[in-house]
Design a protein around this ligand. Structure first.
Ligand code: NDP
Ligand code: BG6
Length: 484
Protein backbone atom coordinates (compact mmCIF):
# COMPACT_ATOMS: atom_id res chain seq x y z
CA UNK A 1 0.00 0.00 0.00
CA UNK A 2 1.19 3.46 -0.80
CA UNK A 3 0.50 6.01 1.95
CA UNK A 4 -0.15 8.71 -0.61
CA UNK A 5 -3.22 7.08 -1.99
CA UNK A 6 -4.06 4.99 1.05
CA UNK A 7 -4.60 5.51 4.74
CA UNK A 8 -1.97 7.13 6.96
CA UNK A 9 -1.70 7.46 10.74
CA UNK A 10 0.82 10.04 11.90
CA UNK A 11 1.53 9.55 15.59
CA UNK A 12 3.42 12.36 17.32
CA UNK A 13 5.07 11.27 20.58
CA UNK A 14 5.77 14.30 22.79
CA UNK A 15 2.82 16.08 21.18
CA UNK A 16 2.54 18.59 24.04
CA UNK A 17 6.02 19.94 23.25
CA UNK A 18 7.65 22.76 21.37
CA UNK A 19 8.76 20.87 18.28
CA UNK A 20 5.42 19.12 17.79
CA UNK A 21 3.27 22.24 17.99
CA UNK A 22 5.62 24.71 16.29
CA UNK A 23 7.07 22.60 13.49
CA UNK A 24 5.79 19.07 12.97
CA UNK A 25 2.02 19.57 13.03
CA UNK A 26 2.15 22.89 11.10
CA UNK A 27 4.23 21.08 8.46
CA UNK A 28 1.50 18.41 8.20
CA UNK A 29 -1.07 21.15 7.77
CA UNK A 30 1.02 22.75 5.01
CA UNK A 31 1.20 19.39 3.21
CA UNK A 32 -2.55 18.97 3.65
CA UNK A 33 -3.17 22.41 2.09
CA UNK A 34 -1.06 21.36 -0.90
CA UNK A 35 -3.03 18.09 -1.24
CA UNK A 36 0.08 16.08 -0.46
CA UNK A 37 -1.44 13.95 2.30
CA UNK A 38 -3.51 10.86 1.44
CA UNK A 39 -7.28 11.14 1.34
CA UNK A 40 -7.48 9.21 4.61
CA UNK A 41 -5.15 10.35 7.34
CA UNK A 42 -5.26 10.95 11.08
CA UNK A 43 -2.85 12.75 13.39
CA UNK A 44 -2.69 11.27 16.86
CA UNK A 45 -0.75 13.15 19.53
CA UNK A 46 0.58 11.35 22.61
CA UNK A 47 2.38 12.70 25.71
CA UNK A 48 2.13 12.59 29.51
CA UNK A 49 0.29 15.92 29.81
CA UNK A 50 -3.46 15.44 30.16
CA UNK A 51 -5.38 17.19 27.41
CA UNK A 52 -8.67 16.70 25.57
CA UNK A 53 -8.82 16.54 21.78
CA UNK A 54 -10.30 20.03 21.89
CA UNK A 55 -7.48 21.45 24.02
CA UNK A 56 -4.93 19.79 21.71
CA UNK A 57 -6.58 21.34 18.66
CA UNK A 58 -6.59 24.72 20.32
CA UNK A 59 -2.90 24.41 21.17
CA UNK A 60 -1.91 23.60 17.61
CA UNK A 61 -4.26 26.07 15.90
CA UNK A 62 -2.11 28.97 17.10
CA UNK A 63 0.76 27.68 14.97
CA UNK A 64 -1.02 26.77 11.72
CA UNK A 65 -0.47 29.27 8.94
CA UNK A 66 -2.38 30.14 5.79
CA UNK A 67 0.72 30.35 3.58
CA UNK A 68 -0.60 27.89 1.00
CA UNK A 69 -4.30 28.70 1.22
CA UNK A 70 -4.66 32.43 1.80
CA UNK A 71 -8.07 33.99 2.20
CA UNK A 72 -11.33 32.40 3.22
CA UNK A 73 -10.35 28.90 2.11
CA UNK A 74 -7.83 28.77 4.93
CA UNK A 75 -10.39 28.66 7.74
CA UNK A 76 -12.18 25.80 5.99
CA UNK A 77 -8.94 23.86 5.48
CA UNK A 78 -8.03 24.36 9.15
CA UNK A 79 -11.39 23.05 10.32
CA UNK A 80 -11.07 19.97 8.08
CA UNK A 81 -7.50 19.35 9.24
CA UNK A 82 -8.21 19.81 12.94
CA UNK A 83 -11.11 17.37 12.74
CA UNK A 84 -8.49 14.70 11.95
CA UNK A 85 -6.27 15.58 14.94
CA UNK A 86 -6.64 13.62 18.19
CA UNK A 87 -4.74 13.36 21.46
CA UNK A 88 -4.23 10.70 24.12
CA UNK A 89 -2.13 10.92 27.25
CA UNK A 90 -0.10 8.16 28.81
CA UNK A 91 3.34 7.12 30.02
CA UNK A 92 6.25 6.69 27.62
CA UNK A 93 7.51 3.55 29.35
CA UNK A 94 4.16 1.83 29.69
CA UNK A 95 3.04 -1.01 27.47
CA UNK A 96 -0.56 -0.44 28.69
CA UNK A 97 -0.48 3.21 27.58
CA UNK A 98 0.63 2.12 24.14
CA UNK A 99 -1.92 -0.69 24.01
CA UNK A 100 -4.58 1.94 24.70
CA UNK A 101 -3.03 4.08 21.94
CA UNK A 102 -3.26 1.09 19.64
CA UNK A 103 -6.97 0.75 20.44
CA UNK A 104 -7.54 4.41 19.57
CA UNK A 105 -5.59 4.04 16.34
CA UNK A 106 -7.64 1.06 15.22
CA UNK A 107 -10.84 3.02 15.84
CA UNK A 108 -9.58 6.04 13.93
CA UNK A 109 -8.12 4.07 11.05
CA UNK A 110 -11.37 2.25 10.33
CA UNK A 111 -11.57 -0.93 8.27
CA UNK A 112 -8.76 -0.01 5.86
CA UNK A 113 -5.40 -0.79 7.48
CA UNK A 114 -3.16 2.26 7.66
CA UNK A 115 0.53 2.97 7.14
CA UNK A 116 1.97 4.38 10.37
CA UNK A 117 4.61 7.00 11.09
CA UNK A 118 5.78 7.37 14.70
CA UNK A 119 7.46 10.74 15.18
CA UNK A 120 9.68 10.94 18.31
CA UNK A 121 9.33 14.64 19.26
CA UNK A 122 10.74 14.01 22.72
CA UNK A 123 14.11 14.44 24.43
CA UNK A 124 16.52 11.65 23.38
CA UNK A 125 16.78 10.23 26.90
CA UNK A 126 13.36 8.58 26.44
CA UNK A 127 13.75 7.29 22.86
CA UNK A 128 14.56 3.82 24.08
CA UNK A 129 11.60 3.60 26.51
CA UNK A 130 9.24 4.56 23.75
CA UNK A 131 10.68 2.18 21.17
CA UNK A 132 10.46 -0.63 23.69
CA UNK A 133 6.86 0.18 24.70
CA UNK A 134 5.81 0.51 21.04
CA UNK A 135 7.31 -2.89 20.24
CA UNK A 136 5.78 -4.45 23.36
CA UNK A 137 2.32 -3.19 22.47
CA UNK A 138 2.58 -4.73 18.99
CA UNK A 139 2.35 -1.39 17.20
CA UNK A 140 5.38 -1.95 14.97
CA UNK A 141 4.98 -4.08 11.88
CA UNK A 142 8.14 -5.77 10.54
CA UNK A 143 10.16 -4.01 7.82
CA UNK A 144 8.97 -4.88 4.34
CA UNK A 145 5.37 -5.55 5.39
CA UNK A 146 2.41 -3.63 4.01
CA UNK A 147 0.99 -1.34 5.22
CA UNK A 148 4.39 -0.14 6.43
CA UNK A 149 5.54 1.34 9.76
CA UNK A 150 8.23 4.06 9.90
CA UNK A 151 9.80 5.97 12.75
CA UNK A 152 11.24 9.48 12.70
CA UNK A 153 13.88 10.21 15.32
CA UNK A 154 15.04 13.71 16.18
CA UNK A 155 18.59 14.78 16.95
CA UNK A 156 20.71 14.72 19.01
CA UNK A 157 21.18 10.97 18.59
CA UNK A 158 23.00 10.25 21.86
CA UNK A 159 25.54 12.48 23.56
CA UNK A 160 28.76 10.90 22.27
CA UNK A 161 29.87 8.01 20.07
CA UNK A 162 29.29 5.32 22.70
CA UNK A 163 25.81 6.50 23.73
CA UNK A 164 24.83 6.96 20.10
CA UNK A 165 25.93 3.39 19.30
CA UNK A 166 24.00 2.11 22.30
CA UNK A 167 20.88 4.03 21.30
CA UNK A 168 21.14 2.67 17.75
CA UNK A 169 21.41 -0.87 19.09
CA UNK A 170 18.39 -0.39 21.36
CA UNK A 171 16.24 1.13 18.65
CA UNK A 172 17.21 -1.64 16.27
CA UNK A 173 15.73 -4.22 18.63
CA UNK A 174 12.34 -2.79 17.61
CA UNK A 175 12.83 -1.13 14.21
CA UNK A 176 14.83 -2.24 11.20
CA UNK A 177 17.32 0.32 9.76
CA UNK A 178 15.05 0.59 6.66
CA UNK A 179 12.23 1.87 8.90
CA UNK A 180 14.33 4.48 10.73
CA UNK A 181 14.41 8.09 9.49
CA UNK A 182 16.91 10.11 11.58
CA UNK A 183 15.99 13.67 10.91
CA UNK A 184 18.33 16.66 10.74
CA UNK A 185 15.98 19.40 9.68
CA UNK A 186 18.79 21.51 8.21
CA UNK A 187 18.97 19.01 5.34
CA UNK A 188 15.41 20.01 4.43
CA UNK A 189 16.23 23.72 4.18
CA UNK A 190 15.90 25.07 0.66
CA UNK A 191 19.37 26.63 0.35
CA UNK A 192 21.06 23.57 1.80
CA UNK A 193 19.25 21.36 -0.71
CA UNK A 194 20.54 23.75 -3.38
CA UNK A 195 24.18 23.03 -2.49
CA UNK A 196 24.12 19.96 -4.72
CA UNK A 197 22.76 21.96 -7.65
CA UNK A 198 25.18 24.82 -7.09
CA UNK A 199 28.18 22.52 -6.99
CA UNK A 200 27.29 19.87 -9.52
CA UNK A 201 24.96 21.56 -12.02
CA UNK A 202 27.44 24.37 -12.73
CA UNK A 203 30.74 24.05 -14.54
CA UNK A 204 32.61 26.95 -13.04
CA UNK A 205 32.88 25.94 -9.39
CA UNK A 206 34.43 22.49 -9.66
CA UNK A 207 37.90 23.59 -10.90
CA UNK A 208 38.31 26.05 -8.01
CA UNK A 209 36.62 23.98 -5.29
CA UNK A 210 39.84 22.76 -3.68
CA UNK A 211 42.95 23.64 -1.68
CA UNK A 212 44.60 25.39 -4.63
CA UNK A 213 41.98 28.15 -4.67
CA UNK A 214 40.05 28.00 -1.42
CA UNK A 215 41.74 29.66 1.56
CA UNK A 216 39.18 28.78 4.24
CA UNK A 217 35.54 27.90 4.69
CA UNK A 218 33.36 29.47 7.38
CA UNK A 219 30.14 27.76 8.43
CA UNK A 220 28.40 30.07 10.87
CA UNK A 221 25.18 29.76 12.83
CA UNK A 222 23.88 32.48 15.13
CA UNK A 223 20.66 32.99 17.06
CA UNK A 224 19.59 36.10 18.99
CA UNK A 225 17.56 34.08 21.47
CA UNK A 226 18.90 32.27 24.54
CA UNK A 227 17.70 28.83 25.59
CA UNK A 228 14.10 30.02 26.06
CA UNK A 229 13.09 27.68 28.87
CA UNK A 230 14.81 24.61 27.38
CA UNK A 231 17.31 24.20 30.26
CA UNK A 232 16.10 20.67 30.94
CA UNK A 233 17.24 19.67 27.48
CA UNK A 234 20.14 22.06 26.84
CA UNK A 235 22.11 22.11 30.10
CA UNK A 236 24.85 19.49 29.95
CA UNK A 237 24.21 19.08 26.19
CA UNK A 238 25.54 22.46 25.00
CA UNK A 239 25.81 24.01 21.60
CA UNK A 240 28.30 21.51 20.12
CA UNK A 241 25.91 18.59 20.60
CA UNK A 242 22.81 20.70 19.91
CA UNK A 243 23.74 22.09 16.50
CA UNK A 244 27.42 21.72 15.59
CA UNK A 245 27.82 17.93 15.57
CA UNK A 246 24.70 17.67 13.39
CA UNK A 247 23.44 20.74 11.49
CA UNK A 248 26.83 22.39 10.89
CA UNK A 249 28.69 19.17 10.20
CA UNK A 250 26.05 18.20 7.63
CA UNK A 251 26.59 21.52 5.87
CA UNK A 252 30.33 20.90 5.89
CA UNK A 253 29.80 17.43 4.43
CA UNK A 254 27.74 18.79 1.53
CA UNK A 255 30.33 21.49 0.81
CA UNK A 256 33.35 19.17 1.02
CA UNK A 257 32.12 15.84 -0.42
CA UNK A 258 32.87 14.52 -3.90
CA UNK A 259 30.15 14.31 -6.56
CA UNK A 260 27.96 11.26 -5.84
CA UNK A 261 27.36 8.60 -8.46
CA UNK A 262 23.68 9.56 -8.49
CA UNK A 263 21.18 11.52 -6.43
CA UNK A 264 19.84 8.54 -4.50
CA UNK A 265 21.49 6.93 -1.48
CA UNK A 266 24.94 7.59 -2.92
CA UNK A 267 24.87 11.13 -1.52
CA UNK A 268 25.01 9.61 1.95
CA UNK A 269 27.99 7.46 0.88
CA UNK A 270 29.92 10.57 -0.18
CA UNK A 271 29.03 12.39 3.02
CA UNK A 272 30.26 9.42 5.06
CA UNK A 273 33.59 9.44 3.20
CA UNK A 274 34.25 13.09 3.90
CA UNK A 275 33.08 12.89 7.51
CA UNK A 276 35.47 10.00 8.07
CA UNK A 277 38.34 12.07 6.73
CA UNK A 278 37.85 14.88 9.27
CA UNK A 279 40.43 14.80 12.05
CA UNK A 280 38.99 14.80 15.59
CA UNK A 281 38.76 18.37 16.91
CA UNK A 282 41.35 19.28 19.56
CA UNK A 283 40.94 21.67 22.46
CA UNK A 284 43.51 24.04 20.88
CA UNK A 285 41.20 24.41 17.91
CA UNK A 286 38.19 25.35 20.00
CA UNK A 287 36.74 28.54 21.52
CA UNK A 288 33.96 28.01 24.05
CA UNK A 289 31.63 30.68 25.36
CA UNK A 290 28.60 31.07 27.61
CA UNK A 291 26.26 34.04 27.53
CA UNK A 292 26.21 36.35 30.53
CA UNK A 293 23.62 39.03 31.28
CA UNK A 294 23.43 41.84 28.74
CA UNK A 295 20.92 44.28 27.23
CA UNK A 296 18.44 43.64 30.03
CA UNK A 297 18.50 39.86 29.37
CA UNK A 298 19.44 37.18 31.86
CA UNK A 299 22.73 35.33 31.65
CA UNK A 300 22.71 31.58 30.99
CA UNK A 301 23.44 30.73 34.62
CA UNK A 302 20.41 32.75 35.73
CA UNK A 303 18.05 30.86 33.40
CA UNK A 304 15.45 28.75 35.28
CA UNK A 305 16.72 25.21 35.70
CA UNK A 306 20.40 26.00 35.02
CA UNK A 307 22.83 25.34 37.90
CA UNK A 308 24.72 28.44 39.03
CA UNK A 309 28.05 26.76 38.23
CA UNK A 310 27.04 25.28 34.86
CA UNK A 311 29.92 25.01 32.36
CA UNK A 312 27.61 24.27 29.42
CA UNK A 313 28.72 26.19 26.32
CA UNK A 314 26.21 28.32 24.47
CA UNK A 315 28.84 29.37 21.92
CA UNK A 316 31.54 27.34 20.17
CA UNK A 317 34.00 27.94 17.37
CA UNK A 318 35.84 24.87 16.10
CA UNK A 319 38.48 24.57 13.39
CA UNK A 320 38.02 21.34 11.46
CA UNK A 321 40.60 19.82 9.15
CA UNK A 322 39.65 17.50 6.32
CA UNK A 323 42.46 15.10 5.45
CA UNK A 324 41.99 14.67 1.72
CA UNK A 325 43.78 15.63 -1.48
CA UNK A 326 41.09 18.19 -2.17
CA UNK A 327 41.07 19.91 1.21
CA UNK A 328 44.37 19.31 2.99
CA UNK A 329 45.49 22.59 4.64
CA UNK A 330 42.10 24.35 4.26
CA UNK A 331 40.59 25.18 7.66
CA UNK A 332 36.82 24.73 8.00
CA UNK A 333 35.88 27.20 10.72
CA UNK A 334 32.54 26.28 12.29
CA UNK A 335 30.87 28.64 14.74
CA UNK A 336 27.55 28.41 16.54
CA UNK A 337 26.10 30.56 19.25
CA UNK A 338 22.94 31.48 21.09
CA UNK A 339 22.14 34.96 22.44
CA UNK A 340 24.31 36.65 19.80
CA UNK A 341 23.80 39.94 17.95
CA UNK A 342 22.09 38.43 14.88
CA UNK A 343 20.06 35.56 13.48
CA UNK A 344 22.05 34.09 10.65
CA UNK A 345 23.17 30.83 9.10
CA UNK A 346 25.66 30.98 6.25
CA UNK A 347 28.46 29.20 4.48
CA UNK A 348 31.28 31.50 3.39
CA UNK A 349 33.86 30.12 1.00
CA UNK A 350 36.81 32.45 1.06
CA UNK A 351 39.19 32.14 -1.85
CA UNK A 352 42.92 32.88 -1.81
CA UNK A 353 44.13 36.37 -2.62
CA UNK A 354 45.05 37.30 -6.16
CA UNK A 355 48.84 37.24 -6.48
CA UNK A 356 50.96 39.39 -8.84
CA UNK A 357 48.11 41.66 -9.94
CA UNK A 358 48.47 45.05 -11.66
CA UNK A 359 46.82 47.08 -8.88
CA UNK A 360 49.66 46.72 -6.41
CA UNK A 361 50.40 50.46 -6.30
CA UNK A 362 46.79 51.16 -5.24
CA UNK A 363 46.39 48.09 -2.99
CA UNK A 364 49.89 47.37 -1.64
CA UNK A 365 48.44 45.38 1.23
CA UNK A 366 46.72 43.00 -1.20
CA UNK A 367 43.23 42.89 -2.70
CA UNK A 368 40.38 41.51 -0.60
CA UNK A 369 39.71 37.88 -1.56
CA UNK A 370 36.75 36.67 -3.60
CA UNK A 371 34.05 35.09 -1.48
CA UNK A 372 31.10 32.87 -2.24
CA UNK A 373 28.50 33.40 0.46
CA UNK A 374 25.62 30.95 0.70
CA UNK A 375 23.07 32.48 3.06
CA UNK A 376 20.84 29.73 4.44
CA UNK A 377 18.65 32.04 6.54
CA UNK A 378 17.21 34.59 6.87
CA UNK A 379 16.83 36.23 3.45
CA UNK A 380 18.09 33.20 1.50
CA UNK A 381 20.70 34.17 -1.08
CA UNK A 382 23.87 33.30 -2.91
CA UNK A 383 26.38 36.11 -3.21
CA UNK A 384 29.72 36.26 -4.92
CA UNK A 385 32.12 38.96 -3.74
CA UNK A 386 34.30 40.35 -6.50
CA UNK A 387 36.61 43.33 -7.07
CA UNK A 388 35.04 45.88 -9.36
CA UNK A 389 36.00 49.29 -10.76
CA UNK A 390 33.92 52.00 -9.16
CA UNK A 391 32.12 53.75 -12.04
CA UNK A 392 33.53 57.21 -12.77
CA UNK A 393 36.68 58.97 -13.81
CA UNK A 394 39.82 57.51 -12.35
CA UNK A 395 40.57 53.97 -11.31
CA UNK A 396 39.14 53.04 -7.97
CA UNK A 397 38.34 49.48 -7.03
CA UNK A 398 35.73 48.23 -4.63
CA UNK A 399 34.84 44.83 -3.24
CA UNK A 400 31.22 44.33 -4.29
CA UNK A 401 28.68 41.53 -4.58
CA UNK A 402 26.84 39.67 -7.31
CA UNK A 403 23.68 38.86 -5.42
CA UNK A 404 21.08 36.17 -6.07
CA UNK A 405 18.37 36.93 -3.52
CA UNK A 406 15.73 34.23 -3.46
CA UNK A 407 13.00 36.73 -2.53
CA UNK A 408 13.49 38.70 -5.75
CA UNK A 409 14.66 35.89 -8.05
CA UNK A 410 11.92 33.33 -7.41
CA UNK A 411 8.14 33.61 -7.15
CA UNK A 412 7.19 30.46 -5.25
CA UNK A 413 6.99 30.07 -1.49
CA UNK A 414 10.02 28.58 0.19
CA UNK A 415 8.83 25.42 1.97
CA UNK A 416 9.65 24.87 5.63
CA UNK A 417 12.33 22.22 6.13
CA UNK A 418 9.91 19.95 8.01
CA UNK A 419 7.42 19.97 5.11
CA UNK A 420 9.98 18.66 2.71
CA UNK A 421 11.35 16.02 5.10
CA UNK A 422 7.99 14.71 6.34
CA UNK A 423 6.90 14.33 2.72
CA UNK A 424 10.06 12.26 2.11
CA UNK A 425 9.16 10.00 5.05
CA UNK A 426 5.67 9.48 3.62
CA UNK A 427 7.18 8.72 0.21
CA UNK A 428 9.80 6.44 1.76
CA UNK A 429 12.76 8.40 0.42
CA UNK A 430 15.64 8.19 2.94
CA UNK A 431 18.12 10.34 0.93
CA UNK A 432 17.94 13.41 3.19
CA UNK A 433 18.06 11.45 6.44
CA UNK A 434 21.11 10.49 8.46
CA UNK A 435 22.34 6.93 8.05
CA UNK A 436 24.11 5.06 10.83
CA UNK A 437 27.60 5.42 9.29
CA UNK A 438 27.20 9.18 9.07
CA UNK A 439 26.13 9.34 12.66
CA UNK A 440 29.16 7.36 13.82
CA UNK A 441 31.59 9.45 11.78
CA UNK A 442 30.04 12.72 13.04
CA UNK A 443 30.41 11.68 16.67
CA UNK A 444 34.02 10.61 16.08
CA UNK A 445 34.87 14.21 15.13
CA UNK A 446 33.69 15.65 18.45
CA UNK A 447 33.61 12.84 21.05
CA UNK A 448 37.26 13.09 22.29
CA UNK A 449 37.08 16.86 22.83
CA UNK A 450 33.62 16.67 24.43
CA UNK A 451 34.97 14.15 26.92
CA UNK A 452 38.00 16.36 27.61
CA UNK A 453 35.76 19.38 28.24
CA UNK A 454 33.56 17.39 30.62
CA UNK A 455 36.41 15.64 32.46
CA UNK A 456 38.54 18.78 32.94
CA UNK A 457 35.46 20.93 33.54
CA UNK A 458 36.74 23.50 31.04
CA UNK A 459 35.06 26.85 31.72
CA UNK A 460 33.57 28.63 28.71
CA UNK A 461 34.44 32.31 28.26
CA UNK A 462 31.55 34.63 29.18
CA UNK A 463 30.10 36.99 26.55
CA UNK A 464 27.32 39.51 26.93
CA UNK A 465 23.79 38.56 25.76
CA UNK A 466 23.33 40.17 22.32
CA UNK A 467 27.06 40.60 21.62
CA UNK A 468 29.23 39.13 18.84
CA UNK A 469 30.46 36.32 21.13
CA UNK A 470 33.50 35.73 23.36
CA UNK A 471 36.76 37.64 22.91
CA UNK A 472 38.63 34.39 22.15
CA UNK A 473 37.12 34.40 18.64
CA UNK A 474 39.50 37.11 17.42
CA UNK A 475 42.54 35.30 18.80
CA UNK A 476 41.48 32.11 17.03
CA UNK A 477 40.81 33.89 13.72
CA UNK A 478 44.18 35.65 13.86
CA UNK A 479 45.79 32.21 13.43
CA UNK A 480 44.37 32.10 9.91
CA UNK A 481 45.46 35.22 8.00
CA UNK A 482 44.46 35.34 4.32
CA UNK A 483 46.79 33.45 2.02
CA UNK A 484 47.94 33.95 -1.58
P1 NDP B 1 10.31 19.66 24.76
O1 NDP B 1 11.16 19.96 25.95
O2 NDP B 1 9.22 20.60 24.41
O3 NDP B 1 9.78 18.17 24.93
C1 NDP B 1 8.73 17.58 24.17
C2 NDP B 1 7.81 16.82 25.09
O4 NDP B 1 8.49 15.72 25.66
C3 NDP B 1 7.32 17.65 26.25
O5 NDP B 1 6.15 18.35 25.92
C4 NDP B 1 7.09 16.63 27.33
O6 NDP B 1 5.77 16.15 27.21
C5 NDP B 1 8.05 15.51 27.00
N1 NDP B 1 9.20 15.57 27.89
C6 NDP B 1 10.05 16.58 28.08
N2 NDP B 1 11.02 16.27 28.95
C7 NDP B 1 10.76 15.00 29.34
C8 NDP B 1 11.39 14.10 30.23
N3 NDP B 1 12.49 14.44 30.89
N4 NDP B 1 10.86 12.86 30.37
C9 NDP B 1 9.77 12.51 29.70
N5 NDP B 1 9.12 13.33 28.84
C10 NDP B 1 9.61 14.55 28.66
O7 NDP B 1 11.35 19.48 23.56
P2 NDP B 1 11.25 19.89 22.04
O8 NDP B 1 9.87 19.66 21.54
O9 NDP B 1 11.86 21.22 21.88
O10 NDP B 1 12.28 18.86 21.37
C11 NDP B 1 11.99 17.49 21.22
C12 NDP B 1 13.13 16.86 20.41
O11 NDP B 1 13.21 17.51 19.16
C13 NDP B 1 14.53 17.02 21.05
O12 NDP B 1 15.26 15.85 20.76
C14 NDP B 1 15.13 18.21 20.32
O13 NDP B 1 16.54 18.15 20.22
C15 NDP B 1 14.54 18.03 18.93
N6 NDP B 1 14.44 19.26 18.16
C16 NDP B 1 13.69 20.33 18.60
C17 NDP B 1 13.59 21.47 17.82
C18 NDP B 1 12.74 22.61 18.24
O14 NDP B 1 12.65 23.57 17.45
N7 NDP B 1 12.11 22.57 19.41
C19 NDP B 1 14.27 21.58 16.50
C20 NDP B 1 15.01 20.41 16.15
C21 NDP B 1 15.09 19.30 16.96
P3 NDP B 1 4.94 15.55 28.43
O15 NDP B 1 5.52 16.09 29.70
O16 NDP B 1 3.55 16.02 28.16
O17 NDP B 1 5.12 14.09 28.28
C1 BG6 C 1 17.46 22.81 16.81
C2 BG6 C 1 18.17 23.17 18.08
O1 BG6 C 1 17.98 21.62 16.29
O2 BG6 C 1 17.63 23.83 15.85
C3 BG6 C 1 17.75 24.53 18.59
O3 BG6 C 1 17.88 22.19 19.07
C4 BG6 C 1 17.84 25.56 17.51
O4 BG6 C 1 18.55 24.89 19.68
C5 BG6 C 1 17.11 25.09 16.27
O5 BG6 C 1 17.25 26.76 17.99
C6 BG6 C 1 17.30 26.07 15.12
O6 BG6 C 1 16.54 25.68 14.02
P1 BG6 C 1 16.11 26.76 12.93
O7 BG6 C 1 15.48 25.97 11.86
O8 BG6 C 1 15.19 27.71 13.62
O9 BG6 C 1 17.37 27.45 12.50
Amino acid sequence: MNAQNGNLSFIVLGASGDLARRKVIPALFALYCQNLLPANFQVLGFARTKMTDEAFREMITAHLTCRYTPGEACGERMTEFLARCFYRSGRYDSRESFQALYGTLRELEGPQEACRIFYFAVPPAIFHDIAHALGGAGLVRPAGSQPWTRVVIEKPFGTDRASSDELSQQIKTVFDERQIFRIDHYLGKEVIQNLMALRFANLIFEPIWNRLYVDKVFISWAETIGIEGRAGYFDGIGVIRDVMQNHLLQMLALVAMEQPVSLTKYVRDEKVKVLRSILPVTIEDLVLGQYAAGGGQKGYREEPGVPADSITSTYAMAVLRVRSRRWSGVPFILSAGKALDRNMTEIRIQFKRTAGHVFLDKWPEGLPPNELVIRVQPDESIKFGIMNKVPGLGLNLEHTELNLRYASAFDGLIPEAYESLILDVIRGDPGLFICEDELEASWDVFTPVLHEIDEKRIEPEPYAFGSAGPAGIQKMLSKFPPRW
